[in-house]
Design a protein around this ligand. Structure first.
Ligand code: ATP
Ligand code: MG
Length: 500
């Protein structure tokens, strides 16, 4: 039988794990010998890209031709121009998946690759579709998309670390934050609540520290390093390095020789940062994290004491002020007996083994992160399926039109709290950016003579990957409408690219 593959497609790093007999899980090394592949694409030429470590090291020298943090742009209209061609985020993600496919084929010698792919629990429909289409473009048969914190919990459960506990998985990666509360038993995991943000991750700490360095330099020399892309990229690198070192040191020094030139000649960048200063400059980020946790507990009518164990996941959960925050909040129930960078990929491999029948008698269920609903006549969001509902799920709703004269009615389907569970506005007209429009469609509502009120039945389904389908029927006339919410990657110039 083909392998049980799990893939963690990360903002910073991606990883492939394979579930083998007796529960042994292999992490496949990249061609540079590391257990992860940096999710960075460097366009060397029009039809030649380098992906991974070698691309990451080109970020300084050829920053214009190097694209990082692609996962952050999935589901947006952002386009990237390289050598006269434009690429969508999911297309660049498709190239990273192709590199992962090459790595897998090299390891296994097999062509067929069926995989469970993880996504942030907080990803909306289009972000999920972007990941699915990118993986399929690379030739993966996607068994399902699995939420990252759930995946980590499945791994934790599989290594038999717990029974009868309520766990809070705290997953802070390079670009996203997911927090899920999961009830775990010997052979089952049930997610009961989930929240997070796709706008909070390790990279935001880097930006805050780089801004601090830039401000210090500006007040000393009167020069704004942010306006120089190469200098800024160097400071982002140094900021990330400082952040990582501050997880084990109290203070770090930063030196970048010849960062810029003044009238008096070349200038070097020399600065230092200690833990207290780091905590201060990144306090707005940690404050948001705290609020997301508090709101999640409030939403589930839970208290800190209801959480038996906190499982930190994601490289950025190692940041000392983040550790401090969760340690403070949860009074020492934080456990470090799982590798935070590898748990997600390993859990996906466990799930692949479950789906392929290799691993039996284990179950789990998961919940939605967003409310699903429609825009009413006043421009407000009306939820029809609340978040934290178990999926897969299918349900129907009947709507009557406001006016009997209306011949056509518009149905605008939305997911709310886009990008962060802190976005809680109900007004679609005032805060359109806080809603993900899944599409609008009109259907004929001309009533037949014997009917009293024109009625539309809208059916929604959310599959086990969290991907939504919608269709509608006008019950009086029998006319139907549905819309396709699927993405496929079709880009001629993408197909010509050689990957190294
Ligand atoms: N020791 C450390 N201390 C602080 N931060 C760290 C440490 N090690 C890694 N990081 C940070 O963790 C982040 C990468 O973590 P990880 O590989 O889990 O993210 P990812 O899976 O790529 O992202 P995401 O899950 O958000 O898509 C980076 O921001 C990196 O700087
Ligand atoms: Mg991750």
């Amino acid at each position: 039988m083909s392998h049980c593959i799990g893939i963690d497609f990360g903002t910073s790093n991606s990883m492939i794990a394979v579930y083998k007999e007796q529960g042994v899980i292999d992490i496949i090394s990249s061609d540079s010998g590391k257990r992860f592949l940096p999710s960075v694409v460097y366009f060397k030429k029009e039809n030649e890209v380098v992906i991974g470590d070698n691309a990451k090291s080109m970020q300084l020298l050829e920053s214009e031709q190097t694209i990082a943090n692609i996962k952050r742009y999935l589901g947006t209209d952002k386009e990237f121009e390289q050598f006269g061609n434009t690429y969508k985020p999911e297309e660049l993600a498709g190239l990273i998946f192709k590199k992962l496919m090459m790595t897998y084929q090299d390891y296994s010698g097999e062509e067929d690759a069926s995989a469970v792919i993880t996504v942030p629990a907080y990803f909306d429909h289009y972000q999920r579709e972007a990941v699915r289409s990118a993986a399929e473009y690379a030739g993966f048969n996607v068994l399902r998309l699995l939420n990252e914190p759930t995946s980590a919990a499945l791994y934790y459960n599989n290594i038999g670390k717990n029974t009868g506990e309520t766990c809070l998985v705290f997953d802070l990666g390079g670009g996203t934050l997911d927090i899920s509360i999961i009830e775990m038993d010997v052979d089952s995991c049930s997610v009961i609540l989930t929240g997070g943000s796709t706008e909070i991750g390790g990279v935001d700490f880097d930006i805050a520290v780089a801004d601090y360095f830039i401000e210090n330099f500006r007040s000393k020399h009167g020069i704004d390093l942010k306006s120089d892309p190469i200098a800024y990229q160097q400071l982002l690198f140094q900021a990330e390095k400082a952040k990582v070192e501050l997880s084990s040191l109290n203070e770090v020094n930063v030196v970048v020789p010849y960062i810029t030139i003044s009238k008096e000649g070349p200038l070097h960048f020399k600065d230092s940062i200690d833990r207290d200063t780091f905590s201060r400059v990144t306090a707005p980020i940690t404050a948001k994290i705290r609020t997301i946790i508090e709101k999640l507990l409030e939403n589930g009518e839970m208290e800190i004491k209801d959480i038996d164990r906190v499982l930190p996941v994601g490289g950025a959960s190692r940041i000392h002020s983040v550790r401090g925050l969760i340690w403070d909040m949860f009074n020492g129930t934080v456990k470090k007996d799982m590798n935070p960078e590898e748990a997600v990929a390993c859990g996906a491999a466990v799930n692949a083994a479950m789906l392929k029948g290799v691993l039996k008698d284990k179950t789990f269920n998961d919940v939605t992160a967003h409310n699903l609903g429609i825009e009413d006549d006043n421009g407000n969001f009306q939820a029809i399926l609340n978040r934290n509902e178990i999926y897969p799920v299918e349900f129907s709703m009947e709507f009557t039109t406001a006016s009997e004269d209306t011949e056509r009615v518009k149905v605008h389907i939305l997911q709310d709290m886009a990008r962060s569970s802190l976005n809680t506005s109900d007004s679609v007209s005032e805060n359109p950016e806080q809603f993900v429009s899944l599409g609008e469609f009109e259907i004929e509502t001309k009533a037949s003579e014997e009917s009293e009120e024109p009625t539309i039945e809208v059916t929604f389904s959310i599959d086990n990957s969290g991907i939504i389908s919608v269709n509608a029927a006008h019950l009086n006339s029998g006319s139907k409408g549905d819309f396709t919410l699927r993405m496929t990657i079709k880009n001629e110039s993408l197909n010509k690219i050689g990957i190294f």
